[in-house]
Design a binder for this molecule. Structure first.
Ligand code: FHN
Length: 459
């Protein structure tokens, strides 16, 4: 890895680790909700009884369904779905209440996915919600309903558009191609400015579909566009997926500096450890099925994550100072999948009791525990226990030289004081010493539970 620092003209446009109010709020969210909703919710990953599984990458990619199973004239059928989009059960207030009860502090909503269909009445394309039987501005309904319950709204925006004749994935070469793509870039800028103007309460963008050469080579345009967006919406938060430097480096520029306010690379995956972090902000976005962000009618035959899986990933993310964003894919009528309703309810019940160990909590810098994950907030140290020791002794490993050690402990769920003892095992080979928190046998829990500790100087 060369250590030579490159001269970069199109590097970061915002300081690392911003300390303004908007960014501090982002840093402390802990839990978010992603919603993928659009025309792809109508087919729900199948058509006339034929599953698109195997023929299309994922539910919201169903327009790209190819191969022997794909229905005849499928793309044309898909592009005309807007004529039947009329979600009779859609109620943004109901979604917002569910998210509030789940404990989400922010929501990321798909204003436009790769199919180019706009969920708001954009002036810049006829392919939008106003042309459907539903007619009304869904983005406005979502922004207003979620903001009203105190959940910050971020707008997902796909740059690439499969249906747009001016879009091309490859780098424009001929004069005609350059003219077309310039028109597309202007259209993109217009839509982004329109979204910020129409929905001034939005807090940021979650960009996607920025991996093609046409966009990557437009680094001068994207640099100036990001600058303009930030100037016109003070405090705006933009992730690392929006643009790249002049050497084509995405997420992090050629000197390893993050290109955006938070790292957006953790999609359906989580960092192995803290080393990559170096104080950066990040979010992990996660589907409940293995893949598939939009609605899927059929969840059979695949592993779909349980509430306990979600709690594990959420707590793990917080233990590495990141936000965890759980995805929901409502159906064509505006209802969440029953499994999503169930998980939202159960997760909310857990967060009501244990959210203190997540919201605003960060990496604790403790020696990893095999029992669960540490988070830290002010002088509180939390251990969320997933693997309860059979002897009820929660042994915490602390470097012998540590100046801060656990000095008292309670169960977060009921405030019960727990005995803490220093068990110096005298193992000379081991630079650590141990503090044991003793769990009462009488305490039982069918989900992960949190031990809240105060730390102080060793006695
Ligand atoms: O292609 C999209 C996909 O449909 C989905 O929107 C995810 C969510 O972050 N992003 C892209 C895949 O990386």
């Amino acid at each position: 890895k060369s250590t030579e620092i490159k001269e970069i003209k199109y590097g970061p446009l915002s300081p690392a680790n911003r300390t303004d109010e908007a960014m501090v709020a982002f840093r402390n969210y802990g839990l978010g909700q992603f919603i993928h909703w659009g025309l792809y919710a109508i087919p729900g990953n199948e058509w006339e009884g034929v599953s698109a599984r195997g023929g299309a990458a994922a539910s919201e990619w169903i327009r790209s369904w190819r191969g022997p199973s794909a229905p005849k004239d499928w793309v044309n059928t898909y592009d005309n779905l807007y004529k039947q989009f009329n979600p009779k059960d859609f109620d943004a207030k109901r979604w917002a209440k569910q998210a509030k009860d789940m404990g989400a502090k922010y929501v990321i909503f798909t204003t436009k996915h790769h199919d180019g269909f706009a969920m708001w009445p954009t002036k810049y394309s006829p392919y939008n919600i106003s042309k459907t039987p539903y007619k009304k501005d869904i983005v406005k309904e979502v922004v207003d309903a979620y903001t009203a319950v105190g959940i910050d709204v971020y707008l997902y925006f796909s740059v690439l558009e499969w249906n747009n004749p001016d879009y091309m994935g490859k780098e424009p070469k001929t004069e005609e191609e350059k003219k077309k793509f310039d028109k597309f870039l202007k259209y993109t800028r217009n839509q982004l400015l329109e979204l910020m103007t129409n929905y001034p309460k939005m807090k940021g963008f979650w960009f996607d579909g920025t991996w093609d050469q046409s966009w990557i080579k437009s680094y001068d345009f994207t640099y100036n566009l990001e600058k303009e967006l930030r100037e016109k919406h003070p405090g705006l938060i933009i992730g690392s997926r929006f643009r790249n430097d002049e050497f084509g480096k995405r997420h992090f520029d050629s000197n390893g500096q993050m290109l955006g306010d938070y790292e957006q690379g953790w999609e359906r995956k989580l960092p192995g450890d803290i080393t990559w972090l170096e104080g950066r902000d990040w979010d992990c976005v996660m589907t409940i099925p293995p893949n598939g962000w939009g609605y899927m009618k059929d969840w059979s035959g695949i592993y779909t994550k349980t509430t306990d899986d979600i709690i594990d990933m959420l707590t793990y993310s917080a233990s590495l100072s990141g936000n965890f964003v759980l995805n929901f894919g409502p159906d064509g009528q505006g209802n969440m999948h029953p499994e999503e309703d169930k998980i939202a309810k159960e997760l909310g019940e857990w967060m009501k009791i244990n959210g203190e160990a997540i919201y605003g909590a960060k990496h604790a810098g403790m020696t990893n525990s095999k029992l669960g994950y540490f988070t830290k907030k002010a002088d509180n140290l939390y251990l969320t226990v997933f693997n309860r020791p059979v002897n009820n002794i929660v042994r915490i490993s602390v470097p012998k030289a540590a100046t801060e050690v656990p000095v008292s402990a309670t169960l977060l769920v009921n405030g019960q004081m727990l005995e803490v003892r220093h068990s110096d095992l005298g193992i000379d080979l081991d630079k650590n010493t141990y503090y044991d928190v003793l769990l009462p046998k009488s305490f039982q829990s069918d989900r992960a539970f949190v031990i809240k500790m105060k730390t102080g100087a060793p006695k």
